[in-house]
Design a protein around this ligand. Structure first.
Ligand code: ADP
Ligand code: MG
Length: 370
């Protein structure tokens, strides 16, 4: 795949890197116009290449051992090469917004597992945009870059994701959490008090009927807000929710309780970080998981078990499911010096109790795209 012809066409070589991310608090808050905390990790997508002189775009994925070459002036969404659409979507979206470019060659290298909830898709988009910005000298604010990358995924790829993935990949900061207000679309970074590591533990389980579950959660959130006379659950406090309990069905109440609780936990979490209280922050993560388990019902026994194993360890500040749920992964916030030992213990205990392997990714919290 690393053909000499490709190399000969390149005038210069540029490297860009964009990290993956993990959600720390604020589960299912995005479509409720709420608040969320995430972190960029020290795994991501690295792209390299340079301009081509023949007006063509060539994209190569080392992981998939595939290459797609299209003319920059005239290409459609790729039906058989879905992976290429993330980068092509960035090209199309930025071009539509007046950013000038000519042909280029770009190779994608990644150490993010695909589809594991660490946002490899946004990392490709942000890495591509960062790469093109450098080659073609675009002048663009980081938040606008993140928003255009999201637009690429929404409109070109056709996946209806929120802004968190792209914002995290752009704004990540070493040992810091990223705070996104999904309604205002404002971003802030907040440092952790001590050196922390993140342990992402993938259960290896993918829920089969997630689409229907997602729709049910969304609809119950929207109908609960409506019955309480609110534009979105963002505008409801937990006190108001209790006061309106008899207006809601039991399911509406529990779904709303999770989201309203998550939004309040994000606000409390920020205060805990600012006052140097990692333990307090971690307790909110445990509370978040408990609310997923009982109210939102987007956990599964395997994720509960992973959180339970983490809970036994004093060096773990907190642990919870991360992302959509119904399978997938947990994230644990750990005192950095103990992280390796705890990762090994989690693997062993999970295997012992379920008979299955979990995949663990021990990560540092890292800087955003560069
Ligand atoms: P996530 O973003 O959680 O990892 P998505 O389903 O949103 O999962 O995005 C995964 C898709 O991104 C893959 O199906 C593939 O098309 C693309 N992708 C991820 N990593 C690579 C890679 N190294 N090379 C090519 N395409 C990739
Ligand atoms: Mg994705």
């Amino acid at each position: 795949m690393r053909g000499g012809t490709l190399r000969n066409l390149l005038v210069q070589s540029i490297i860009a890197h964009a990290p993956g991310r993990v959600e720390l608090l604020g589960n299912h808050t995005d479509y409720n116009e709420g608040l969320v905390l995430s972190a960029a990790i020290d795994r991501g997508v690295t792209v390299h290449g340079g301009p081509r002189t023949d007006g063509r775009i060539s994209l190569t994925s080392l992981a998939l051992e595939k290459r797609v070459t299209v003319p920059i002036q005239d290409f459609d969404k790729q039906k058989d090469e879905d992976w290429a659409n993330y980068a092509l979507g960035v090209v199309r979206t930025f071009a539509n917004h007046g950013f000038q470019m000519s042909g280029f060659a770009m190779e994608i290298v990644s150490d993010l597992p695909i589809g594991a909830g660490l946002s490899s898709s946004a990392a490709i988009e942000v890495a591509t945009a960062t790469f093109l910005r450098k080659i073609f000298h675009w002048d663009i604010e980081p938040l606008r870059l993140a928003k255009l990358c999201r637009q690429a995924e929404n409109e070109f790829v056709g996946v209806n994701c929120g802004l968190l993935d792209q914002v995290s990949s752009v704004f990540g900061k070493k040992n810091s959490a990223i705070y996104l207000d999904c309604r205002q679309e404002t971003v802030e970074t907040i440092p952790f008090p001590g050196e922390v590591a993140l342990l992402i533990t993938h259960s290896g389980i993918k829920h089969a009927l997630v689409g229907g579950e997602y729709n049910e959660r969304r609809e119950r959130c929207f109908s609960a807000a409506k019955k309480m006379g609110a534009r979105a659950l963002r505008d409801v406090t937990s006190g108001e929710l209790e006061g309106s309990r008899d207006k809601l069905t039991n399911l509406e109440y529990r779904r709303a309780a999770h989201v309203v609780g998550e939004i309040e936990r994000v606000s409390q979490g920020i205060e805990f970080l600012r006052t140097g209280n990692s333990r307090g922050f971690g307790e909110l993560m445990y509370a978040s998981h408990e609310s997923s388990r009982t109210n939102f019902e987007n956990s599964i026994p395997e994720l509960d078990m992973l959180v339970h194993i983490a809970h036994d360890e004093d060096a773990v500040f907190g642990s919870r499911l991360t992302g959509g749920g119904f399978g997938g992964a947990t994230v644990s916030l750990i005192e950095a010096s103990q992280a390796q030992r705890i990762a090994e213990k989690m693997e062993k205990e999970y295997k012992k109790q379920t008979g299955n392997e979990c995949r663990t990714y021990l990560c540092e919290i890292d800087d955003g795209a560069r």
